[in-house]
Design a binder for this molecule. Structure first.
Ligand code: SF4
Length: 197
């Protein structure tokens, strides 16, 4: 299972394709452990895995799946479901984010898109909805419709990871505001373009 690409790898590619090159081709470490928001987010996930069983009554019907590891040899992909609810006819994904930033970004679409594909393949059941619970200073719940278009978008990102791994070439990426919050900004020539005046 070690050689499978993870959903996290693909989410990082959706953040920036160059990220894939530094992380998976060069094997540079990220040092994200030191960031407070990452630690707080992990604590939130851990709590969710232990309790919160009836926290979402509207979407919490059916059997609850928690910390569920999934694999697809067909796609060469693995991923972990933090929380999902399975009924006779469908599975509903729940993703919790420790953030006040409640926009459904490309990284989030990639994450729920790939997890839904993994779930459908492993459980042989439709996964057409995801709920994202943003929880920091306030609690906001948003629903994402898991359309074929969204799943194809996520699969394109997986393909991008595979292409970078196969070629070993650093992709061309333009500087953007994402570079400011990137763990590779000091080693990345593109990210280093930004200079504080
Ligand atoms: S610094 Fe910018 S261009 Fe470089 S990997 Fe990070 S986000 Fe991508």
């Amino acid at each position: 299972m070690k050689d499978l690409i993870t959903v996290t790898d693909v989410v990082e590619n959706a953040f920036c394709p160059k990220f894939t090159y530094y992380s998976l081709v060069l094997g540079l470490r990220q040092y994200e452990e030191k960031r407070g928001t990452v630690l707080a987010g992990r604590a939130l996930h851990t709590r969710s895995e232990k309790d919160n069983r009836d926290y979402l009554p509207k979407i919490g019907r059916g059997k609850k799946l928690v910390a569920f590891q999934l694999y697809s040899m067909r796609l060469g992909l693995s991923g972990k479901i933090d929380e999902a609810y399975e009924t006779a006819s469908e599975i509903v994904l729940v993703e919790r984010k420790y953030s006040d930033f409640t926009v459904i970004t490309d990284t989030l679409k990639t994450q729920v898109g790939l997890l839904s594909i993994l779930l459908e393949e492993n459980r042989n059941k439709r996964v057409a909805r995801a709920f994202v619970v943003f929880q920091k200073s306030q609690r906001v719940v948003k629903e994402i419709e898991l359309t074929q278009g969204l799943k194809d978008f996520a699969l394109q990102k997986l393909e991008s990871v595979k292409q970078i791994l196969a070629s070993g070439i650093s992709p061309d990426v333009k500087y953007s505001s994402k570079c400011l919050d990137c763990t590779y900004k000091k080693v990345c020539p593109t990210g280093s373009l930004y200079r504080v005046p």
